[in-house]
Write a protein that binds this ligand. Sequence first.
Ligand code: GLY
Length: 575
Amino acid sequence: MMKIIVLNMIAVCGLAAGLAAQETRQPEETTAIAIRTSVTAQDYMVVAAHPLAAEVGRNVLANGGTAADAAVAIQMMLNLVEPQSSGIGGGAFALYWDASTQALSSWDGRETAPLAATPDYWIRPDGRPLSWPKAVVGGRAVGVPGTLKLLEVLHAKFGSQGWADLLAPTIATAEQGFAISPRMAASIKGAAEFDLTKYDTSRGYFFDESGAPLAEGSRLRNPKFADTLRALAAQGSGYFYDGPLTDAMLAITRTPDNTGILTRQDFAAYKVIERQPVCALYRVFEVCGMGPPSSGGLTVGQILSLLERFDLAQLGPTPNAFHLIAEASKLSFADRGLYMADSDFVAMPKGLLNRAYLSNRAQLIDPAKAMDRAVAGSPPWDEAQLWAPDTQPEQKGTSHFVVVDAAGNMISMTTTIETGFGSRLMVGGFLLNNELTDFSRAPMRDGKPIANRVEGGKRPRSSMAPTIVLKDGKPVLLTGSPGGSRIIGYVAQSIIAMLDWQMDPQIAVDLGHVVNRNGATDVEEGSEDLAAGLTALGHKVKIRNMNSGLHVIKIDADKLIGAADKRREGVALGQ
Ligand code: GLY
């Protein structure tokens, strides 16, 4: 039953300063941009955000492992070598294509709010929401992590190699040490002034004895993580969710300020949920993604459906085409803000991907003129009118990887600890997420509840959009990206670039981004040539550094073609 709590309106007003801070802060540091070309393979392929992670995944596949096996090995290594972005202290979503049954499934390993949490979770004693910079650091931001359980579930269902064997390479690397990458070094330096020095364990790990951030190329060992993985190899996830590590995680979340309220019961109750993939028809394709609590699948699906009546192929990557994409995105983000949240707690309109609804709504797009801010549409049901818009943007420490194994199984997985370095709390050699800041901190607006407000046991709305595109019922493209709520735009554009504009995958992922989240039209630095055309069509253009990490595999009849985003340091490896 929906519980409506009326809070003072200053709750919403107090968000403004926090939102500004949230918007100007890059989720993660940008590193050098390299020139790349697509990689082709015949049998199997991995694309992941760090060469060591791609390598362990490739080795698993070379030994006959499945895409699920590779996912376990890749995620553990990412936790070690790209700790700022994802790990077992966070949450993830995965789409899995099972070649033996020719079936697509989607898996929700999202972090979860404490059972005792209430909609005023982020409200201070004076009735205002805690500011975003204060909310993101400390134990209160931490949700029960889901990534480890997700890996365990995928491995049990789709894996063929020994669980312990999949953890072994990361244990060895954690003990021997690895060279800090340029991106990780830049991330540590960037986070130094954003509370990464606040807590002993993370300060001791990411900074040297003089207090300087660890430099690129320096060798870093993580024996605590090796110990954690050894225990997980022997005992499975019980060690994490109902064992000694649970107590250690709970203890560290009791920070002096922004104190957490998680309990052992919250951890013991955690469940990975298999959900129906959300699929939208787009021309001759079916674009399948993650449903609620992610807004990713629905919003990417809406954008593409709204664009179906336009001949993007004929337009090519011109200001006129980007204008149409931006307009479709405005309309979709308006629906996202009003309706989308954890559907186990919030009744959501069934018709968000209804073709008649979207075809009608597409009439609002004027090819010659940008609209102002879009308002949400009315998918046909009444209860939706209870909700108020949530405009809170999200900042992310996130990573995405894709795998195709030799048997044709595939995974597209986006994984996160929310902001870079998550809550900054480190225990057992890994960082704990701050995903509960993906909830709306204000529970109400204009006397109406916000769908994405905090509730006990609820999962915060995500923008993560791991995607598998099908044609004639078979996968033809795997894509996904980190990047906050811009993930949705990055993923939609990558699909249009490869399917409508027939771009080679590397060219598609490296293409300059144009993203609209129902506000200004963000144009990526380096693509300023688009700005004049978009401005002439009425867009308020903002030139921005945009930090995607698109990792894709295109499945052609005779080969796999992979690409890793030039903006990060990932690679595509295969055979
Ligand atoms: N925190 C990343 C996302 O869920 O969108």
